[in-house]
Design a protein. Structure first.
Length: 94
């Protein structure tokens, strides 16, 4: 399951992100989003956890806790634009 994490401190790196999530189970990958121009964190990340139950526990255990100045937002990542989408900027959810 892919997890979206927002509200991260800007100095948090991939290794620290893994450390936070591995308490809940197996991590396939963890990547802090980096701004291409500045090389600095954008304050959000994606974490992949192969076991759905562990991922849901991580979401439940980490959502709304504070690692810095603001609380984390931890939730299941939404899929980006699907092939053959509706176009026009409207994306109906099923």
């Amino acid at each position: 399951m892919k997890i979206f994490v927002a509200g991260l401190p800007y100095d948090l790196d991939d290794a620290e992100l893994i450390e936070i999530f591995e308490k809940f189970g197996t991590i396939t990958s963890a990547k802090v989003a980096i701004d291409k121009e500045t090389g600095k964190s954008k304050g959000f990340a994606f974490v992949d956890m192969p076991i759905r139950e562990e991922a849901l526990e991580a979401i439940d255990g980490l959502n709304d806790i504070s690692l810095g100045k603001k609380p984390l937002v931890v939730k299941e990542a939404e899929e980006r634009g699907r092939p053959g989408g509706s176009g026009g900027g409207f994306n109906s959810r099923r």
